[in-house]
Design a protein around this ligand. Structure first.
Ligand code: ZN
Length: 163
C-alpha cells in the first residue's frame, strides 16, 4: 500500500486546471517548478493559482494511483488530458483500462466508504481551504493568500471607476 494524493492546480488568471498525482507532495511541487514549458509549470509561474488535494488515501500501488488519477483527468476539463496518457507507456495504459474495467464496483464502493468515513475531514479541509482565499478590499474578488498582497498593490493603483 502507498499513501498517495490526487491534486489539482487551478490557475486564477487563465482558469486552466491541471490534475496530478504523487506520493510526495513537497517533491512534486518542486518537480513542477523545475520542469520545462509544461502546462503545470506555466500555472505555477503565473503565481496566481489554487492548489487543492482532490483525494488522498492508501492506494494498492502506483498503478492504482494512476488509474484513479486518469479517471479524474477523463472527467474534468483539465489541460493535461492528452499529456498524462501520452507520457505513460502502453503497458500502463492497458493496465489502467483493465484496472478500471475490473474494479469499477470495487472502486466505487471504496470511494463511497472513504467519503462516508471522512466527511468531517473533508468539511474541515474545505473550511481551511476557504480560509486560504482572501478577498481584495478594492475589487472584492478572491485571490490566493500567497498572491493577494501583490494583487492589492496593483489593484489599489487602478482608479475604482475602471475596475
Ligand atoms: Zn483587487
Amino acid at each position: 500500500m502507498i499513501y498517495g494524493y490526487i491534486y489539482k492546480l487551478f490557475c486564477l488568471d487563465t482558469r486552466e486546471m491541471y490534475i496530478g498525482s504523487t506520493i510526495n507532495l513537497k517533491k512534486r511541487i518542486q518537480n513542477h517548478k523545475e520542469m520545462r514549458n509544461t502546462n503545470s509549470k506555466q500555472i505555477i509561474n503565473r503565481n496566481n493559482y489554487i492548489f487543492l488535494i482532490l483525494k488522498e488515501y492508501w492506494f494498492v500501488n502506483t498503478e492504482h494511483l494512476w488509474a484513479i488519477e486518469s479517471s479524474y483527468i477523463d472527467n474534468l476539463p483539465c489541460v493535461n488530458k492528452k499529456l498524462a496518457l501520452s507520457n505513460r507507456n502502453d503497458t500502463q495504459k492497458k493496465y489502467n483500462q483493465k484496472y478500471k474495467n475490473n474494479n469499477k464496483e470495487k472502486t466505487a464502493l471504496y470511494n463511497q466508504n472513504y467519503r462516508k468515513n471522512n466527511i468531517n475531514y473533508y468539511k474541515e479541509y474545505s473550511k481551511k481551504f476557504n480560509l486560504l482565499k482572501k478577498e481584495c478590499n478594492y475589487c472584492k474578488k478572491y485571490y490566493s493568500a500567497s498572491y493577494i498582497s501583490k494583487h492589492i498593490k496593483i489593484c489599489k493603483s487602478i482608479p475604482s471607476s475602471s475596475v
